[in-house]
Design a binder for this molecule. Structure first.
Ligand SMILES: [Zn+2]
Length: 470
């Protein structure tokens, strides 16, 4: 059971190796299409990217390939590859083909839409997030068929690749609703999360949710001279500072009412896994904007704080005069932008309600308070690690990477909870990128040998899943 591609116990690896050049050529073609979904000028490219994927799927022998492009959502791609056995499990692979903008483009050493291979790294916008990982799954299905010599996969594989993830998936609920029958599945495989580290591959089991809002305190109709009225009227900036100071207690816990009531703590096994992962605090701080020390809720490790604990963060504070010199005023208003990362089973709407209450409790007499939500937020999601599909993914990744694999999570947010809510089935994660792939930043890259291992893991998963789920 080693890295020998001739090893008959690993026909999947041999198949991936044989298909690798083709895979890379295809991925480079796809990456050269600038499918920047957040920029209307690039919407024709998003459509072109969807057509490219649909054509590639048809060439690969997928049946029922469709581009959903009747709006208002940017074009999404759906395809199905049925198992020979009509009773086989149905798996829906989710990913996205839209990409982030490239600014500042002058900071790229390799032009963002001229995919460049340097050693093992393929540079280009979307290489890691998320075209590389979608392509990895196409390769996984091909390798599964080649390795088993079958004409149909052991599970029915459906593919759903949306074009609006980087815009916050504004029409995902609607797409899931409109295409409920097409998308029906027993399991969702989510492709948009990284491994923990190159030498510590992991299986992600959840993502945090998010809720954000701006709080504005307003006093008078205009700024007023601090010598004339200072000391005699409430100061909105002081009130914002007090509100922010009251947000956490001395142990780093968030003081919104019932904030922790719905929090599901990770299992002992999960905590043991997180503790066993290599963690270099200096390196982590360097990658975290060059922070000088870790901080957060008492009683939890740094990984736990960013993966399985909820937070309140001040994203920005504004109020009064901040230009050069001194301007002696009591400002008319002041504001703060707050965001909360949420963990299962917290709900954005309950946090929104608790925030409104907290703000009301911290509004001094004489000030008017406004809470302006930034959208509805995104609910968190975590899969039950005892679900057989999670075990199957973990075993598949262990086989492909030739080493023990632990569980991880990611601190960011994504549409896993929406998929789970709409389809009513568990979401498992199978990705093979790295946290330092510079997604959303200049010189995004993907490590090609990891994508190939990821494709091999997918091929193992499709072969083993029917038995694991039976
Ligand atoms: Zn993504």
């Amino acid at each position: 059971m080693s890295g020998d591609p001739e090893n008959p116990e690993h026909p999947e690896r041999a198949a991936v190796t044989a298909l690798a050049d083709d895979f890379l050529a295809g991925l480079r073609e796809w990456l050269s299409i600038p499918s920047i979904g957040t920029d209307p000028a690039h919407h024709p490219d998003v459509a072109r990217s969807a057509r490219w994927l649909a054509d590639a799927l048809r060439r690969d022998g997928w049946s029922d390939v469709r581009v959903w492009d009747t709006g208002p959502a940017l074009p999404a791609v759906y395809a199905c590859r049925p198992a020979a056995d009509p009773d086989a499990p149905v798996v829906l692979v989710y990913g996205h083909h839209d990409v982030q903008p490239v600014d500042p483009v002058e900071a790229w050493a390799h032009p963002p839409f001229e995919p460049t291979l340097v050693g093992e790294e393929l540079f280009g916008r979307g290489a890691s997030d998320d075209k590389g990982q979608v392509a990895m799954h196409l390769l996984g299905v091909k390798a599964h068929l080649a390795a088993t010599g079958a004409t149909h996969p052991a599970v029915t594989v459906k593919l759903f690749v949306e074009g609006e993830e980087e815009s916050g998936s504004p029409h995902l609920t609607r797409l899931l609703d409109e295409h409920r029958d097409d998308l029906a599945a027993d399991l969702v495989v989510f492709t948009d999360t990284p491994l923990y580290a190159r030498d510590a591959p992991t299986v992600c089991t959840g993502q945090r949710g998010v809720y954000g809002a701006e709080v504005v305190f307003t006093g008078g109709a205009s700024d007023v001279h601090s010598g004339r009225a200072g000391g005699g009227v409430p100061n909105p900036a002081t009130a914002i500072a007090r509100l922010v100071a009251a947000l956490h207690d001395d142990r780093g816990r968030v003081r919104l009412r019932d904030f922790y009531t719905d929090v599901v703590e990770p299992t002992e096994a999960e905590r043991a896994d997180y503790a066993a992962l290599p963690f270099d605090e200096g390196g982590w701080l360097a990658d975290s904007g060059g922070a000088r020390a870790t901080a957060g809720e008492e009683g939890w490790s740094t990984l736990e704080r960013v993966w399985v604990r909820p937070t309140a963060e001040v994203n920005g504070i504004h109020g009064g005069y901040t230009g050069p010199g001194l301007k002696t005023i009591v400002p008319a208003s002041a504001s703060v932008k707050l965001s909360f990362r949420l963990v299962p089973d917290q709900r954005p709407e309950r946090v929104a309600e608790a925030l409104r209450e907290f703000v009301a409790d911290h509004t001094p007499p004489g000030l008017r308070a406004e809470v302006i939500p930034c959208g509805d937020g995104a609910p968190p999601y975590a899969v039950d690690v005892a679900h057989p599909a999670v075990g199957a993914v973990r075993d598949a990744v262990e086989t492909a990477f030739d080493r023990p694999v632990r569980f991880s999570r990611t601190g960011g947010s994504g549409p896993a909870a929406l998929l789970h809510g709409a389809l009513g089935v568990p979401v498992v994660y199978l990705g093979a990128t790295l946290p330092d792939d510079r997604i959303h930043a200049p010189d995004e890259r993907v490590v090609v040998p990891l994508l190939l291992r990821g494709a091999e893991a997918a091929a193992h998963l499709w072969r083993t899943l029917p038995e694991r789920l039976s």
